[in-house]
Design a protein around this ligand. Structure first.
Ligand code: 9RB
Ligand code: ZN
Length: 368
């Protein structure tokens, strides 16, 4: 399998400033630290690919900047201009909980454009699949504003590019980040050309979104599938959610391309998430998606990086996914796997099965 990889040093230069994890310092009781969404988790992921020996076996794709027209397929001109202006004038907080630093506009354009460059390589059959380690992340950004550390909705911009430039009719999104993919959901809310599926921690972020009952509207009704798993869900819940809901939905929808907003903040060691995924779990769900992609769309699947805040563990989760995509198993072992796999509650629990059953009903009712 020929697997593409996108990374650029400038992704690490997007400056989210200082915070205690996510809370800005106040100079009194909250001591300043690095922001959760700082470059280190991503750099360490890239570094582990290199240390494992996998890096030179990947096809490296140079990202390009998305054009304004690419961004405007998803976002309003007001949002784009606001980010451009802030970025050129010292930066600051904007939208909901998002920091724009000096030059973040250009970096956000390169982040979205990294996906577009990878799409071109996959569609030209130069590579089979790929992982785009882009930053800033995208899946919370909505039409009119930045949100949750996300400036432009990279996944949706990539989907719209496929529909427009490559004349596709069906793109599926499978978002396994621990947070709800509200930006991608909104971009295809009333459109059946995008099937948006999100597994996430129930009522986490955004806390008022991501319910099973939120189906999409108009032509998009039934083409949005939310699987809000209870906190504490582990590999048993994720594998079952994929077996019972995600994979059957894909076979019914028959996408021509699969995009995976991929965060590793559902891992057992994430400082924000309260889930228990581990590398073997990520290998399993990647394998399931690859099999569906193979059967449905010539194996065309692309992951785009979102969250994941454990500096120690995110790199191992990322390596596991890229190894699976490429079919190359390096000799690096996950030193945390035994600890994560041994945690209580890794097997499927009744409350988790209940949510999965509800989501399955949506698939059965709306997707033919
Ligand atoms: C809220 C705050 C957050 C916390 C975490 C994320 C993670 C995003 C991600 C986004 C926003 C603060 C709700 C601070 O990883 N996406 O994939 N917001 N946290 N204050 N308040 C009221
Ligand atoms: Zn996240």
């Amino acid at each position: 399998m020929k697997t593409a990889f996108v990374w650029h040093e400038s992704y690490a230069w997007h400056n989210t400033g200082n915070a205690a994890l996510i809370i800005p310092s106040d100079g009194k009781s909250i001591q300043s630290d690095t922001h959760a969404e700082d470059p280190e988790t991503k750099r360490r992921f890239r570094n582990l690919l290199e240390m494992s020996g996998l890096y030179p076996q990947l096809t490296h794709i140079l990202p390009r900047m998305a054009t304004e027209a690419d961004i405007l397929r998803v976002h309003s001109i007001e949002h784009l201009e606001n980010i451009k202006h802030l970025s050129a004038n010292g930066g600051g907080e904007t939208g909901i909980l998002t920091v724009v630093g000096n030059g973040s506009y250009e970096i956000a354009m390169l982040s979205a454009g990294g996906l577009l460059a990878m799409i071109d390589a996959i569609m030209a059959d130069e590579v089979d699949n790929g992982y785009a380690l882009v930053r800033p992340p995208g899946h919370h950004a909505t039409r009119n504003q930045a949100e949750g550390f996300c400036i432009f909705c990279n996944s949706a911009i990539a989907g719209r590019y496929l529909l427009d430039k490559y004349d596709l009719n069906r793109v599926a999104f499978v978002d396994w980040d621990v947070h709800h993919g509200n930006g991608t959901e909104e971009a295809f809310w009333d459109d059946d050309k995008g099937l948006t599926i999100s597994t996430h921690q129930d009522r986490f972020y955004p806390a008022d979104r991501g319910f099973v009952e939120q189906l999409g509207e108009g032509k998009g009704e039934g083409y949005n599938i939310n699987i809000p798993l209870p906190p504490g869900s582990g590999v048993g819940a994720y594998v079952k959610a994929f077996e019972q809901v995600v994979i059957p939905a894909l076979y019914k929808y028959r996408p021509e391309f699969i995009i995976v907003p991929s965060g590793f903040d559902a891992s057992a060691f994430d400082p924000l998430g309260r889930m228990m995924m581990h590398t073997d779990g990520y290998r399993q769900i990647t394998q399931m998606l690859m099999k569906a992609a193979e059967d449905l769309c010539d194996g065309r699947i692309m992951m785009c990086h979102e969250g994941g805040y454990s500096r120690a563990y995110t790199p191992f989760c990322g390596l596991a996914v890229v190894e699976t995509l490429s079919g190359i198993r390096t000799d690096v072992e996950d030193p945390f796997l035994e600890l994560a796999a041994g945690m209580g509650g890794q097997s499927l629990q009744p409350a988790q099965q209940n949510v999965i059953d509800q989501a399955e009903q949506v698939v059965n009712k709306y997707l033919k």
